[in-house]
Design a protein around this ligand. Structure first.
Ligand code: MG
Ligand code: MG
Length: 258
């Protein structure tokens, strides 16, 4: 069942989403070679709690940390480790916050120091996929139009689109209906309606679309060991148009690319 949100609820969700955005902005300032994912996880948790939120992922389905941190060939759901980041790594950081009873859930893939231009292109195209998907979140369209647009753009660039993991409705629960695949057919799936709030989140692999799970029971890896990127925004449907509730502004200011 798709739970539609009224304007008041959407404003509360905007606060939750922005709380994640600010947390990712703090992380962006700290990411560099030598820093450990566990250290980043610790400062994220402190920042969230100091600002009236609760880490949304910690304890969810038994996940042990505040951030999902997925390194290089890890797609999503990576557990932060004590292994220092190295020059040239990429790391996808996914963060959830509960505030006012609502979830915010968004993600960004960071380069550590200087990264290979081929890998940078994967990050750029995955971020483009996110915005191209969001553009399709319009009155008159269906959920399949979002995935269709994302898949087209990724595959045009020779990349693989992960099938097993998808975006989702967002609200009082982290995962609500509908599922929002990053692949699909035009005019397929549920109709887009005012009051829908979605987490749209392309997971794009440089090589094969196929994945496997690490023995830790969490980390999802690309089957061929090539890098994967993940960008996610929380988006509400208002007056027939998508409105992005989260923002990359804090991240990109910190990275000096805004
Ligand atoms: Mg997420
Ligand atoms: Mg999500």
């Amino acid at each position: 069942m798709i739970i539609l949100k009224n304007r008041e609820e959407i404003e509360l969700m905007r606060e939750s989403a922005l709380s994640v955005s600010r947390t990712l902005g703090i992380i962006a300032k700290e990411i560099k070679p030598g820093v450990t994912p566990l250290y980043l996880d610790k400062i994220a948790e402190e920042y969230i709690r100091d600002n009236g939120g609760v880490p949304g992922f910690k304890g969810m389905y038994g996940f042990p940390n505040t951030l999902c941190m997925s390194l290089n060939a890890a797609v999503v759901h990576g557990i932060p480790t004590n292994k220092p980041l190295e020059e040239g790594d990429i790391i996808s950081v996914d963060c959830g916050v509960i505030k006012n009873g609502y979830f915010g859930d968004h993600a960004y893939t960071f380069g550590v120091g200087q990264i290979n231009p081929e890998v940078q292109k994967l990050l750029d195209v995955t971020k483009e996929c996110l915005y191209i998907g969001i553009e399709q979140f319009q009155a008159g369209n269906r959920i399949g139009d979002i995935g269709f647009a994302i898949q087209q753009h990724a595959e045009k660039n020779g990349y693989g689109v992960v099938r097993e993991l998808v975006g989702h409705g967002l609200g009082k629960k982290l995962h609500e209906d509908p599922e929002v695949p990053n692949f699909g057919k035009r005019a397929d799936g549920p109709k887009i309606k005012d009051g829908m709030v979605l987490a749209i989140e392309p997971m794009i692999n440089m090589g094969t679309k196929n994945i496997k799970q690490l023995k830790d029971g969490w980390t999802i890896l690309t089957a061929d060991g090539k890098p994967s990127a993940h960008f996610e925004h929380d988006v509400a449907q208002i007056d027939g148009k998508p409105e992005i509730l989260s923002t990359f502004k804090y991240i990109e200011e910190a990275l000096g690319i805004l």
